[in-house]
Design a protein around this ligand. Structure first.
Ligand code: SAH
Length: 210
């Protein structure tokens, strides 16, 4: 059997996520399309399709597939929507979202220059048209607003920074881990005309936003 692209393992991962999570087929098919093994360091390639985070260097991690699936689903985006990501890391989550919204519609900021450069190169090599800025997410792509949705893959201290929320159009969504006391909660903000709806989606563990 030729499974150099690890299609069977990916199919098994998607089946497991389908049983475990209440997420759309659109989200599951995006997970099924992205070669996660291309995003993890050589030393962790064997575990690329296990449902857990893995180290990617610089004290950072690639999120577990179920978390990427859940957050992508909460963005509630469709083809053509424009999405802003804070925390590119290795670029995996950006690739999953790009599978949903299409080329040129994901713009991502990463503050560690080496990670940003590696993610940019990797995404391009794999055919993903994702813009990566080596910058703080509070400052990147200001000219590109408004976005239909934004998400953080690092935990915001206390609240999602206004600099990120302000970049999303009315009716749009922001999905982020937010620190509360010593813990983190996954929250989704929906920007309404008269204010912001906030939903809690459970306890999570992410690297801190710097
Ligand atoms: N999106 C990744 C997960 C990356 S881990 C995935 O696909 O799995 C979170 C990343 O957020 C780290 O690479 C970290 O360097 C970055 N980060 C932390 N604070 C940031 C900030 N203020 N602006 C941009 N990136 C930030």
């Amino acid at each position: 059997m030729n499974d150099g692209d690890r299609t069977a393992e990916r199919r098994d991962l998607v089946s497991a996520l389908r049983r475990r999570l209440d997420v759309s087929e659109q989200t599951l098919s995006a997970i099924g399309a992205v070669p996660r093994h291309e995003f993890v360091p050589e030393a962790h390639r064997e575990s690329a399709y296990a449902d857990r985070p893995l180290p990617i260097g610089h004290d950072q991690t690639i999120s577990a597939p179920h978390m990427v699936a859940l957050m992508t689903d909460l963005l509630d985006v469709e083809r053509g929507d424009r999405v802003f990501e804070v925390g590119t890391g290795c670029g995996y989550h950006a690739a999953v979202v790009a599978e949903v919204v299409g080329p040129g519609n994901v713009l991502s900021a990463e503050r560690v220059p080496e990670l940003a450069a590696a993610a940019r190169e990797r995404l391009a090599r794999l055919g993903y048209d994702v813009a990566v800025a080596a910058a703080d997410g509070r400052e990147a792509f200001l000219d590109e607003a408004p976005f239909d949705a934004a998400y953080l893959t690092c935990a915001a201290p206390e609240a999602v920074p206004d600099a990120v929320v302000d970049r999303v159009r009315a009716g749009g969504r922001v999905v982020a881990p937010v620190r509360e006391g010593g813990r983190q909660r996954l929250v989704r903000l929906t920007l309404r005309e008269g204010g912001i709806d906030r939903e809690d989606h459970g306890g999570v563990r992410f690297v801190p936003m710097r």
